[in-house]
Design a protein around this ligand. Sequence first.
Ligand SMILES: *Cc1c(COP(=O)(O)O)cnc(C)c1O
Length: 433
Amino acid sequence: MRNNNIQIVTEDLKNIWHPCTQMKDHETLPLIPIKRAKGVYLYDFNDKSYIDAISSWWVNIFGHVNEHISSKIKEQLDTLEHVLLAGFTHKPAVDLAEKIVNITPKGLDKVFFADNGSSAVEVALKMSFHYHKNRGESRPLFLSLTNSYHGETIGALSVGDVELYKETYEPLLISNIQTPVPKNQSRESAKEAIVELERILKERGSEISAFILEPLVQGAGYMHMYHPIYITLVKELCEKYGVHLIADEIMTGFGRTGTMFACEQAGVSPDFMTLSKGLTGGYLPLALTLTTQEVYSAFYCDYNEYKAFLHSHSYTGNPLACTSALATMELFEASDVLGENRKKSAYILKKLEKFKLLENVKEIRQTGMISAIELKGYTPQERIGLKVYEYGLEHGVLLRPLGHIIYFMPPYVITYEEIDKMIDTAYEAIVRL
Ligand SMILES: *Cc1c(COP(=O)(O)O)cnc(C)c1O
C-alpha cells in the first residue's frame, strides 16, 4: 500500500521546529500528519483514524469539526474578522465577557483578554503586582505550589515547578517561592500542606503579591490531584495576609474536573482566574484573565496618575476566537453536559478497576473527566511513556503519557464504545511493557 504520510512528513522536517520535542527523535519516530478530523477522531493522510484521548493537548471539549461551532465561526468570518480592542469593541467580545462573568464564581466581574494561556498567567501576575504597587505596597514575590505548571513564557515558567521545562532557564526567572502541594487526594494531606503554607505566609506574607495554583489537578505535573478543602483553607489564609489568590483554570475550567470550574468544589471565589484551552472548544487561541471590581478599581483614576494597566497583545479579543468561545458556551447550555460527563467518568473509573491488578500499576486516580494511571518500577531512561504512545498510535488511539503516567482526557462527546477502545488499548499497551 502506498504510504501517503511520508511525503508531507519529509517536507515538514525541512522547515518546521516542533514544540516540546527533541527533533532528533523524528529520525526514528515518525510524525503523524493529520489531514482531517471529526468528533473524537483524527485522520492521517492514509485515512487511518486515531481516537484523540488527550483532546489535542486538553483543548478540545466538543469534538473536532463540531457543526455548531464551525457554523458560528463561518458566519462571523463574513462579518468581522478582527479589530483592535484598545479604543474599539465588538459584539462577540461583549457577549462573551457577559456570559463568562455569569458562569464563573461570584465576584469575578472584569474580563481582560489575551490570546494564549501563558499570556493570561502573565497578565494575572502583572496585575496583582501592579495592584499592590498602586496601593503603595511593594510585594516582589509570587508563591506557587511544588510540581505546578503555568505555561512557558518567562513569568509563567518562573511560577511553575516542572524541572524538565524550567531548569535550563533558572538564571532568567523572576522571584518565586514554592509551598508543598498536598501529597494525595486525602483531607489529611491537604491539612498537612496548609501547615507549611501558613508558616511561609507568616514569615514572608507581606512580600508576596499572589499565590497561584492549579485547583484540584496539576495537569503537566503528572496529573497530580488533591482535595478541594486545600483551596478553601488557602483562600482563608490568603485573605488574612493580603495575598491574592490566582486560580489557574486554564486546564481545569469548562467542566473538566466535574464542575464548570474546579474552584466551585472548594466554594471559593479567587481574586483572579485564568482561562484558555477549552474556552474556544479547541478551535482558536484565546485566553481570559478575570478579576474583581476591587482590583479593577485600584487602576481606575485620572490618566496623569499613571496607574493604568498598559498590557496588550495584537490579537487581544479576536472576534473569531470570541465567537468560537460563545458557540462553545451555547453547547453547555443546550444539554446537560456535566451530568452526562458524570456518567462517563463513573464508567471510566469502573473500567480502570482491572488495571489495579497489574504489577506495574501503582495508582489509579480520577477527577471528573481526567483519569490517570501511575505506573511503577521504571527509570526515566526507559521512556515507557513513549512505548505506550507508539503502541497507542499503532492501534488507533492517541495517548500521550506524561513520563510514567498514562492519562485519559477525551473530548466530552466521546461515546461509551470509544471509551472501551481507548481504555482497552491502554490496557494492552501496559500489559506488554
Ligand atoms: C496549558 C496551561 C497553561 C499554558 O497555556 P498555553 O496556552 O499553553 O500557553 C497554563 N496553565 C495551565 C494550568 C495549563 O494547563
